[in-house]
Design a protein around this ligand. Structure first.
Ligand code: PEP
Ligand code: MG
Length: 320
């Protein structure tokens, strides 16, 4: 029985009717790699790079970043590793950066906005990523995308870095999928436009929920309003999945909702093909995938988005 359990844990997750759902790990520091491997993550759906910046007393150099990216990529071999570029803003203290205080940091100069405004800093990260690309299966993801122009600017800088490296005689992987996080309501609503610019999209329900419901994700007083299972959020998830299907690109989810096993069937029904979560929940979510029938899941999702609130959705999901 133990041998069978191990085989199951290692095996790819497929629904009862044979649809492959990729079950990936979120990683927030190099020490998370081991637990992701132990839980048989099929890849990394979100490698948060903020720790490199937060745990340092200086902007991390290209070499320091390269070492970290090469480590995670080589640890996962052929398995995809989605590395997200810097997602930082006025809510996080970077003593060496002296970022100006903002009235509304979550609506402010953060993530891709900050990176595009500081191309030298951004290019340091992009060069490190490209250099590391030869060590594994690198996918690059841009956070907090709100419009097509941001994607085009980011891709142009990425290309610039690629050309620089090649002219310096440095090896870079040929094909590196480029994607975005869908975590601003505008990105979900206009996902059909954004999808044309990218190879994949990953839904960040942590931010998508706070922006959709206008409820700060860290504020206890509005915690009762903050609910990723709210039908309004689920409708945005569905719009994103539908746009991805139409554009024939991969769509995943890397917010906390993806790691809730009681939501797995519903998420498959909404159209997600990849779920990324903290590693410890991977085995349980894989089990849920295996007991899901996609036609049933689709019906469940269609019902869920017509409900009034997250509690009703969760009750429905429990009954399956
Ligand atoms: C999200 O917003 O859902 C997400 C995965 O990103 P983070 O939690 O790092 O903001
Ligand atoms: Mg986010």
């Amino acid at each position: 029985a133990r041998a069978l359990a191990l085989k199951e844990a290692k095996a790819e997750a497929k629904t009862a009717d044979g649809k492959r759902i990729q079950v990936f790990a979120n990683i927030g520091s190099l020490s998370d790699i081991e637990i992701a491997l132990k839980n048989h993550a099929e890849g990394v759906g979100l490698f948060r790079t903020e720790f490199l910046y937060l745990e340092n007393d200086h902007w991390p150099t290209e070499e320091e970043q390269y070492q970290a990216y090469a480590k995670v990529l080589s640890s996962f071999g052929e398995r995809p590793v989605v590395i997200r570029t810097l997602d930082i803003g006025g809510d996080k203290e970077l003593p060496y950066a002296k970022l100006p205080k903002e009235e509304n940091p979550f609506l402010g100069h953060r993530a891709i906005r900050f990176c595009l405004a500081n191309p030298d800093l951004f290019k340091t990260q992009l060069r490190a990523l490209l250099r590391a690309s030869v060590h594994g299966n690198l996918w690059i993801m841009f956070p907090m995308i709100e419009n097509c122009s941001e994607i085009r600017q980011a891709k142009a800088l990425l290309n610039e870095c690629r050309e620089e490296l090649i002219s310096e005689g440095v090896q870079v992987a040929d094909k590196i999928p480029v994607g975005i996080m869908v975590e601003i309501p505008a990105a979900a609503i206009a996902a059909d436009l954004l999808a044309k610019e990218v190879d994949f999209m990953s839904i960040g329900t942590n931010d998508l929920t706070q922006y959709t419901l206008a409820a700060d994700r860290g504020n206890e007083q509005v915690a009762h309003l903050y609910d990723a299972a709210h039908p309004a959020v689920l409708r945005l998830v569905k719009m994103t999945c539908d746009a991805a299907a139409k554009a024939n690109i991969l769509v995943g989810m890397c917010g906390e909702l993806a790691g809730d096993p009681s939501m797995t069937e519903l998420l498959i029904g909404l159209g997600l093909a990849e779920l990324s979560m903290s590693a410890s929940t991977i085995p349980e979510v894989k089990q849920q995938v295996r007991s899901t029938d996609t036609a049933e899941a689709k019906k469940l999702a269609e019902q869920a988005i017509l409900l009034e609130d997250g509690d009703q959705v969760r009750n429905l999901a429990k009954k399956g």
